[in-house]
Design a protein around this ligand. Structure first.
Ligand SMILES: Cc1ncc(COP(=O)(O)O)c(C=O)c1O
Length: 483
């Protein structure tokens, strides 16, 4: 290492090449040789880490060795083709290297001036995606880290739109003390209720609306809840419609919900964190019907657009409301072009902003829209094949429609099994399949009980992985039913 602390170029090259070589192997099949779900006990990794910070500089060789021997065993491999839990995702080659370049530049795009390319590339790439998924050209898009934060700041903007005084007074001293209410289906992601508690609306401010037989928001129940809340002296603020719910990927009737929001004067936020990507394919674009009437919408390229975590695209028809909610510019953040350019720090909570758009730009350019669509379609086809297999299997049953790349199913109970026993059987089945280290499934609770989920989203996942998954389910189910 040189006196400045920078690695000398030869050392940087040696260590960098080692890492790039490892990544290339990992992405081209190496991950398959590792257990997808980490096999460590709680505290096992920590026990192998020194309690105190190293005083002297260590040899990078030793750091690498510990990465391999201590860190890797405690990694659950989200980039593994057998990862089918939660939502399968991919950190693709172009995304990884785009992120590397962003890290090397180490810019902070808080202001346009502090890195014009960071702001302008971000805005342009988000325009590409906006047009690609069929949102109106009047929507402005920018990146947040996660959908949770995107939805939080969207609901903060909704609050600003409803009552601009809150910015000055805070929630307790606001002139209109009626409690706010935010509505979303009972299938909405927990980040919506979390946004309510963060924004001072409290969990009482979140109203879970029942779902219909296909896990979509019941629009009649939404209308009734709004009317009941108004009658009870509450103040309806916003509705969150989900396109691709976390458990089953159901799609709320966005156009009907938009109609209610327009009549009631409520902010409509669409959470399309997972399924928004599917709208890149013309045959799936209908899922966003009505979303152009939304006040804000989020979808996550880090979920199903092959971009390494984190990258969440937030769109709005009212950028000026976000600015009103969040812009606070001390002298040291003014520049000669303040007011003439978009300074992205003005649209959310955080000041510092990394050059997140670079990896997304790399991904979109290297795949092309056509390449992205092809991979999305192939994931949907793989899920369709798995759903057909479940439907034909005498011991399995499907618990929800599978419109995208997620299939919810369960093993039927054995003779005499009550609901709790069926749940236990399925949890045991999942744990046994996951213990294989070859695939990783997760579960949820649906109306009939525990459901297992196969969620496809990794670029490496192919028919052989699905065949192996089916084989493991069959084998473990056989053992459980024989007991
Ligand atoms: C519908 C939906 N919204 C929001 C989220 C939260 O995403 P993030 O981890 O980006 O905050 C998820 C996560 O799975 C989700 O499924």
């Amino acid at each position: 290492m040189s006196d400045t602390g920078h690695w000398d170029p030869d050392l940087f090259r040696r260590e960098g090449h080692r890492m790039v070589e490892w990544i290339a192997d990992y992405l081209s099949g190496g991950a398959r040789s590792l257990p997808v779900l980490a096999r460590v006990a709680p505290g096992e990794v920590a026990a192998r880490l020194p309690a105190a910070m190293p005083e002297a500089a260590e040899d990078p060789e030793a750091v690498w060795r510990d990465f391999v021997e201590v860190v890797l065993p405690g990694v659950t491999h989200w980039n593994h083709p057998g990862f089918m839990a939660y939502f399968g995702i991919t950190g693709s080659g172009p995304g990884i290297l785009g992120d590397l370049m962003s890290t090397a530049l180490n810019v902070n795009g808080m202001l346009w001036r502090t890195c014009p390319s960071a702001t302008e590339l971000e805005l342009r790439v988000l325009e590409w995606l906006r047009d690609g998924i069929g949102l109106p050209g009047t929507m402005l898009g920018f990146l947040c880290d996660t959908a949770s934060i995107s939805s939080l700041i969207a609901l903060a903007a909704a609050r600003e739109a409803a009552d601009p005084e809150i910015r000055r007074t805070g929630m307790t001293a606001r002139p209109d003390p009626r409690p706010f209410r935010v509505y979303a289906s009972d299938q909405a992601h927990s980040s919506i209720a979390k946004a309510c508690l963060t924004l001072g609306l409290g969990l009482d401010g979140f109203r879970a609306i029942p779902h219909d037989g296909d896990y979509r928001m019941d629009v009649g129940a939404l209308a009734s809840a709004i009317a009941a809340d108004r009658a009870a002296g509450c103040r309806p603020l916003a509705v969150v419609a989900t396109v691709g719910t976390t458990s089953t990927t159901s799609v709320d009737p966005v156009a009907a919900i938009a109609g209610i929001c327009e009549v009631e004067g409520l902010w409509l936020h669409v959470d399309a964190a997972y399924a928004g990507s599917a709208a890149l394919c013309p045959e799936h674009r209908f899922i966003l019907d009505g979303a152009g009437r939304a006040d804000s919408l989020v979808f996550n390229p880090h979920k199903w657009l092959f971009t390494p975590i984190d990258a969440s695209a937030l769109y709005t028809r009212h950028p000026e409301v976000f600015r009103r909610a969040f812009s606070l510019v001390p002298e040291y953040l003014t520049t000669p072009v303040s007011g003439q350019v978009i300074d992205l720090m003005d649209y959310g909570v955080q000041l510092g902003r990394r050059f997140r758009a670079l990896k997304l730009w790399w991904v979109i350019r290297c795949f092309g829209a056509e390449g992205l669509r092809r991979r999305l379609r192939s994931h949907i086809a793989l899920a369709g094949g798995f759903a057909d297999w479940v439907d034909r299997h005498p011991r399995l049953e499907r618990l929800a429609p599978a419109p995208f790349s997620v299939v919810c199913f369960r093993a039927r109970g054995r003779d005499g099994d009550g609901p709790a026993a069926v749940d236990r059987l399925n949890m045991e089945l999942m744990e046994r399949v996951n213990a294989s280290g070859e695939v990783y499934l997760s579960h949820t609770r649906l109306d009939p009980g525990i459901a297992l989920r196969v969620a496809i989203g990794n670029l490496g996942t192919d028919e052989t992985d699905l065949a192996r998954c089916r084989e493991l389910i069959e084998k473990e189910l056989e053992c459980l039913c024989r007991r």
